[in-house]
Ligand binder design. Structure first.
Ligand code: AR6
Length: 171
């Protein structure tokens, strides 16, 4: 399994599954969630309504509708609350749950946004290290997933994920 850090708009990625940094209602919002719902069209919200929400750190899958991706995997990340409310383990659980669900649905290629580092205010450097470590550890366990892309929307986010990957490779 290859982990790639790239810059771009996740709604344009022709992968098997893109991940949505959702909220627990799964009924849409701003940020990447809003962009995914706009690009996928109203059928996505209609399917999300049948899911009855999702717990923080877990994941649920839908079709991708008008997106180039076949599936959307929705995961509510933790809201940063100072670090003493299990935020790190919940963020790790988001990445792991999404990878497991992607693999269980036969996906080979998955693209993630930077979960929780927008309006949920998880500190970027720490979030990047958790994401990179969790994805690489998942890959080491043996997986049918071939490519995992971390899709960074801006330069600061890309720099943080590049640094986290470089740091992991040094170890
Ligand atoms: N492609 C890739 N990344 C994007 C895109 C895009 N098109 N648009 C934004 N980002 P956020 P969160 C980046 O706030 O912190 C929603 O309202 C963005 O720059 O979208 O997990 C949900 O409904 C940032 O780096 O997600 C929840 O209520 C990253 O995606 C809440 O926000 C995540 O920022 C979730 O907050």
């Amino acid at each position: 399994m290859d982990l790639q850090i790239v810059r771009g708009d996740i709604t344009t990625f022709p992968v098997d599954a893109i991940v949505n940094a959702a909220n627990t209602s799964l009924l849409g919002g701003g940020g990447v969630d809003g962009a995914i719902h706009r690009a996928a069209g109203p059928e996505l919200l209609a399917e999300c309504r049948t899911l009855h929400g999702c717990k923080t750190g877990k994941a649920k899958i839908t079709k991708g509708y008008r997106l180039p991706a076949k599936y959307v995997i929705h995961t509510p990340g933790p809201v940063w609350n100072g670090g003493g409310s299990h935020e790190a383990e919940l963020l790790e659980s988001c990445y792991r749950s999404c990878l497991e669900l992607a693999e269980a649905n036969g996906c080979r290629t998955v693209a993630f946004p930077s979960i929780s580092t927008g309006v949920y205010h998880f500190p970027l450097e720490q979030a990047a290290e958790i994401a990179v470590r969790t994805i690489l550890e998942y890959g080491k366990g043996g997986t049918a997933l071939e490519v995992v892309e971390m899709v960074c929307f801006d330069g600061r986010t890309k720099a943080a994920y590049d640094a986290a990957l470089a740091k992991m490779k040094e170890r």
